[in-house]
Write a protein that binds this ligand. Sequence first.
Ligand SMILES: [Fe+2]
Length: 348
Amino acid sequence: MVSDPGIIAAGWLEQMLPFVEQENLQYAIWTGVTPNPKDHEVEAGTAFYHTQRCDSLIALGGGSCIDAAKGIAVLSTNGGHIRDYEGIDKIIRPLPPMVAVPTTGGTGADVSQFAVITDTARRIKMTLISKSLIPDISITDPLLLTTKDAWLTASTGMDALTHGIESYVSLAATFLTEVHSLRAIELACAGLRPSVASRDDLAAKDTMARSSLHAGMAFSNAVLGATHAMAHQVGGMLDQPHGELNAILLPYVMEYNLAVCPERYAAIAGAMGIDIRGLTQIEAGHAAIAAVRSLTSDIGLTRRLSDLGVNETMIPTLSENAMRDACMATNPRSATVEEVVRLFYTAM
Ligand SMILES: [Fe+2]
C-alpha cells in the first residue's frame, strides 16, 4: 500500500484496512512519498516492495501517491532505473495488479496512462506513457475529499479544470475525449467554488470527484498541452505544487493558443456556463479566459511564478525543458522556445 502521512492522519488508511483484511490479504504500508514524487523515492519503494515480498499495489492518496505506486510497479517487474522508462511505450514486461483510490479530486492519475516522476539529478519531471500504467481498478469516492484543506482543494481542482481545457484543445483530441473534456470543465466550474468554501459540502465534493474522473479519461487519451509542459518543469526544478502552477500558467497559454482554435475556446466558454450568444468565437474565448482568472482568484490562488521561487535566470532552462516535455507535442499552437520564454515572463 502506498500512501502518505497526511492521508494516515486523516484516518483514511485505517478505514481501508478492514476491507483488505476481510479478504485475508496480507499487506505492508509504505509512506515514503512526497509531493512531486522523486526517482529515489520510487527506488526506495521498490526495495520495500521486494523485501516485503509484495505482488500487487494499492495507492491511496493524491496524484503523487498514485504516480509513485506506478513507478514502483514499473521497477518491480522491469528493473533498472525509472529514467529508462521516460517517454512513450518503454515498459516491456507486464506490471503487477494496481488499485488506485484518489483523495484529491484533481489528479486523474487513477485512470490515466501517465506517470510523472521527478529526475532529481537533472531537476526535470519525466513523463512515462504506457497503457500498462492504467490502474486495474480505480475507486472514486467523494467522501475522501472531505478532509483536505481549502488550498489543496483549490489547487487540485484547478488541475482537473486544466486537464479538461488542455485535453479539449489538444491536437490528439477525438470525438470520444471531447465529451469527457467538456463535462470535466462544466463540473469543475460548477463545483470548485463551493468545494473550496466548505469541507462538508458533499454535493460539491461529488461534482469535483466526477470532474477529476472525466478529465482523467480525457487526457489519458488526448494528452495535454503547454500549460502542463511548463508546469511540470517548474515543479521538477523547484518542487512546487502542480495544480497551483497550472492555475498560474493556464490563462496565458489560453491567450497564446486562442488564435489557432477559437471555435474550441468558444465551446469551452459554453461548457463553463458563459452566455456566448452574440459573441464572436474570439470574444467567447476571451470570456473563457476571464472566467478562469476570476475562478482562480475567487478560490484564493493569487500567487505568481515569482512568488513560487522562479527567477529570470531560470527561465531559459525551464523553457528548454518544457520544449522537450511530452505534453508540448499536442499543444494546438506549435511554440518556439522564444515564445515559451515569453509565456514564462508573462506569468512572473
Ligand atoms: Fe495535471
